[in-house]
Write a protein that binds this ligand. Structure first.
Ligand SMILES: Cc1cc2nc3c(=O)[nH]c(=O)nc-3n(C[C@H](O)[C@H](O)[C@H](O)COP(=O)(O)O)c2cc1C
Length: 179
């Protein structure tokens, strides 16, 4: 089946080499607006986004993020507002707010592609150092950083290529019940 959304999903790959070309504020705003439409548990919108296109904070983010391979000209840090999540009655171990970060991430990666940018999600970073460096409000827990930038012509080899994994390898059908 051909469809522009399915096609974009299949084409998207993490961009681990980015050029120095700046990313415009407008591009980042378009991406943040798309993220706002990602589904959230109970429609509560407990994620908070911290965006930057400034070299100083980006350098600091990179210093405290071993998993950040690109040198991105922009980044969005996706946080969970733990205070708000508690107010709405989510237990600290409830998965909903963290799953919301996943739905937002997937939406951001595709939105970045739609505005002509590459994107790279990063979970390997010091949460305390990121919170400190960005001056995050109390209770905002940074969960994932999405690097944004223009893809360089040469990309590093993918991490552990999936060797032809298909949806069939990941799926089990429930058999019909005998009645
Ligand atoms: C939750 C999550 C965390 C990730 N953290 C990192 C990271 O810290 N560093 C990194 O280079 N890639 C990271 N990735 C990107 C994955 O390595 C990448 O999606 C995977 O290798 C498949 O590549 P593809 O998205 O290009 O198909 C992360 C992806 C997800 C979903």
């Amino acid at each position: 089946m051909t469809d522009p959304v399915l096609d974009a999903i299949r084409r998207r790959r993490v961009t681990r080499a980015m050029t120095d070309e700046p990313v415009s504020r407008e591009q980042v705003e378009t991406i943040l607006d798309a993220a706002r439409w990602a589904p959230t548990a109970g429609n509560r919108h407990l994620q908070r986004y911290v965006a930057t296109t400034h070299s100083g904070p980006l350098r600091v983010l990179r210093m405290v993020s071993p998993g950040m391979i690109p040198r991105p000209p922009a980044a969005i840090v996706i946080c969970v507002d733990r205070g708000l999540s508690e107010q709405y009655g989510f237990r600290p171990e409830a998965p909903g707010p963290w799953i919301d970060v996943g739905t937002a991430t997937a939406t951001i990666l595709l939105a970045a592609q739609a505005v002509g940018l590459g994107a790279a999600p990063v979970s390997s970073f010091s949460h305390a150092a990121v919170a400190e460096a960005l001056g995050l409000p109390d209770g905002w827990d940074p969960v994932l950083i999405v690097c944004l930038g223009h893809p360089a012509p040469e990309q590093p080899r993918p991490i552990s290529p999936n060797r032809g994994l298909t949806w069939r390898d990941l799926t089990q059908w429930v058999p019909a019940h005998e009645s």
